[in-house]
Design a protein around this ligand. Sequence first.
Ligand SMILES: Cc1cc2nc3c(=O)[nH]c(=O)nc-3n(C[C@H](O)[C@H](O)[C@H](O)COP(=O)(O)O)c2cc1C
Ligand code: SF4
Length: 605
Amino acid sequence: MAESSTLAQTIRDIVQRHDGLPTRLLQILRETQDSLTWLSPAAVECVAGELGISPDKVRNVAEFYSFLYTQPRGSYDILFSDNITDRMLGSRELLHYLCERLGVEVNAIRADGRVSVGATSCTGMCDQGPAALVNGYALTCLDKPRLDRIVDLVNRQTPLAEWPREFFEVVSNIRRADILLGRHFADGAALRAVLRRGPEAILEEMVKSGLRGQGGAGFKSAAKWISCRNAPGEVKYVVCNADEGEPGTFKDRVLMQDFADLVFEGMTLCGRVIGARQGFVYLRGEYRYLVDALQATLRRRREVGLLGEAILGDPGFCFDIDIHMGAGAYVCGEESALIESLEGKHGVPRIRPPFPTTHGYLNKPTVVNNVETFAATAKIAVEGGEWFASRGTAESKGTKLLSLSGDCERPGIYEYPFGVTVRRVLEDCGARNAQGIQMAGPAGHMISARQFDRRICFEDLATGGSFMVFDQSRDILDGIRNFAHFFVHESCGFCTPCRVGTSLMRDLVDKIHAGHGARYDLEEMRKLGRLMQVACHCGLGQTAPNPVLDSLDQFPESWERRLRSTTFEPAFDLNAALDDARRLTGRSDPGAYLNEEDLLVGAMP
Ligand SMILES: Cc1cc2nc3c(=O)[nH]c(=O)nc-3n(C[C@H](O)[C@H](O)[C@H](O)COP(=O)(O)O)c2cc1C
Ligand code: SF4
């Protein structure tokens, strides 16, 4: 009884802190879980009651996000990053080592309830892996000595706040800076510029700059802001997409860690230009370690008049920013799924059109831009569009932040003018002997050494920023298999071509990887991939087959050497499956057995 009234009081307090708003559901569930370690049925009922919404809705949301638990977890919940670059650094071996030392099975809770260990998709620490999360906080540069100390800390029940600080150290690793990272920016300069020159003049500078969205799709940013500014309605919103879920990408982490003022300035500038009073940062759940510092920056900006009411003394300039935490769903980086998530729902991409610029958050006109895009807009407002456009190529102006990881000596952040060749990047980061690059994450493209003179820009190789290097010692299929599993895990399940297609693709990749594939399976993968590219509802499913299709073209030998000599290899042993029937019918003659030709007749189209 006492326990249930404590639970009710805890949840009531949390809900009140969020003004009882159902749009805050994801944040409320995160905080409830922080207090109670998991979302029990009683907790779900209670949240629903406090918010006046159905328990089913709360349960659906809780079950959608990887970092919300509707089953108990250990008091210390440790999740190893499962990105291929972490695996290349030995993360799987470390995971098993830790489980053995702690006496716990993978994905189970130790009998004393104290600890659970599992894996999660990429944590965005690829430049300082192997990495993991403990209760949502990033642990970097893991090795066996560090894990030995963690075992001790867990067994002694040492609170996380008393764990060595260096375990949680996240360094920025900026290796090359250009106009975005390299030039000093005075806080408030972009806001003074818009007050002095007016929103139209700033939009003109943005048009001149040619800035394109840095989240990957490359939509012209000025066009997006103009569309939202012109959309009817008094209430508009600005959303900064800091979800950064693409494996191998961590440039937005660095911007939020070292350049938060610049990003907030870009958001506030956007607020002034489109006529919005409220902005949101949708921050990747894995970047929880940043929240306190970001809140402190927001407070400071309010204190010095760069945020809040009457910004820089202008009573007509009011804008504030809220931080909204994601909870481990890659699809929520897709802008319409992100908006659903911001509204307190599970993150299923909307049918578009209409687009967010006219029908976004709460159906109001909304600009959604990537972190790097907002940072660039603040610089453009101060330095001018021509200055920005003086860098880059005809169709890709300015610079691009690349997140370098994998087989290179100097992983980290590299800022280059658009148009830089892949070869130049490889030289700079000390990647000798590279066999292939996965550009733009699993959803992007895999290129081989034959293509290293290609240029990074929208005209040639577009990227949101991920650049993973595989040297000659790697089996490309290990990477492809990792990506195929990633997409199955991250598919939101809304549409059949993606829900079923990602699973079928994974099964085919697993089959070939395990040495049971045949040429027939390669053709099946091509057909399935082409189908997914046209039939899936959103970008996740449409791009999910890319790694398979690219590697079939670029690295055919990696696939070929895994194939058996037959042209068809069934996914299961049909002859063995017929054993029971043969026994029951008493048949043992040759005609009761299938030969390879029989199998092919059934299998070939
Ligand atoms: C599955 C999926 C995940 C995405 N993840 C991100 C992300 O983490 N960050 C991001 O800025 N854009 C992401 N995008 C692109 C966004 O939908 C959107 O285009 C972008 O936020 C717009 O900002 P920009 O114009 O500044 O690039 C994703 C798209 C898809 C289909
Ligand atoms: S393509 Fe995949 S992620 Fe996108 S809506 Fe369909 S099931 Fe969801």
